[in-house]
Design a protein around this ligand. Sequence first.
Ligand SMILES: NC(=O)c1ccc[n+]([C@@H]2O[C@H](COP(=O)([O-])OP(=O)(O)OC[C@H]3O[C@@H](n4cnc5c(N)ncnc54)[C@H](OP(=O)(O)O)[C@@H]3O)[C@@H](O)[C@H]2O)c1
Length: 243
Amino acid sequence: MSLEDSAAIVTGASSGIGEATAHELASRGARVALASRSEERLAGIAADLETKYGVETLVVPTDVRDEAAVDDLIETVVDAFGGLDVLVNNAGLGRGDGVADLSTDDYRAMMDTNVDGVFFATRAALPHLRESDGNLVFVGSFAGQYPRPGNPVYAATKWWVRGFAHSVEGRAGPDGVGVTVVNPSEVRTEFGGDDGESFAERFEPGEVSEPEEIADAIGFAAAQDHSTVHEIDVYRRDKFEGW
Ligand SMILES: NC(=O)c1ccc[n+]([C@@H]2O[C@H](COP(=O)([O-])OP(=O)(O)OC[C@H]3O[C@@H](n4cnc5c(N)ncnc54)[C@H](OP(=O)(O)O)[C@@H]3O)[C@@H](O)[C@H]2O)c1
């Protein structure tokens, strides 16, 4: 399915699943706005997209924890592209371990990014997605579907994302907006790198999912014309071994 000339925003587009998603959407013909805090990295990715797929891009340095910055992001993209067809709420992070030893800084980083950031972007984008009969895609997680004793706060942020997304779907659907949650399990990205070893370092190729596989699922959902792809789970094949 094509996204020819549609206007898309990917948050957290500077690495991992977000970067792969920017490629996936551009390969389907979308104009892509890349948002995250790392302007230089975004500019490099945008240049790649323009060369490879001949699409228009926009780099909008944005910290999703900052409400005003997120409002500006949506407004800037709507002004530049003339509307908005797709928002991919992907920016997110996991920090720390357990509860007893979790610092308040790590708690806030996860809540502010994974919860508040998703709310700010969704709130600002919804009126435009209603206008375009567009698609709203959330990156959830396996951790948002099953208990995760190792990091309950991270898990809870992703349970929130799924609960929020499906509840939004109840009202946005009748208004013509598709709403999807894509749940990866382990993916070889920079995820986890804040605490030491990233998933790209921890896992060998072939052991777990690659960002492009998740991006493929996001692209499928984002290109829907009138159906909603409610939820897609993409797990490493041995995820349930020993359960
Ligand atoms: N990798 C996995 O195993 C896995 C599994 C399930 C779900 N997920 C979810 O997938 C999503 C993408 O993660 P990833 O695996 O691709 O990790 P990643 O490679 O670390 O990418 C995270 C992205 O989020 C952005 N980000 C972080 N804080 C931000 C902020 N305050 N404002 C704007 N952007 C911010 C980062 O950009 P800047 O640093 O440039 O701001 C980066 O582009 C996350 O929501 C994560 O929870 C990942």
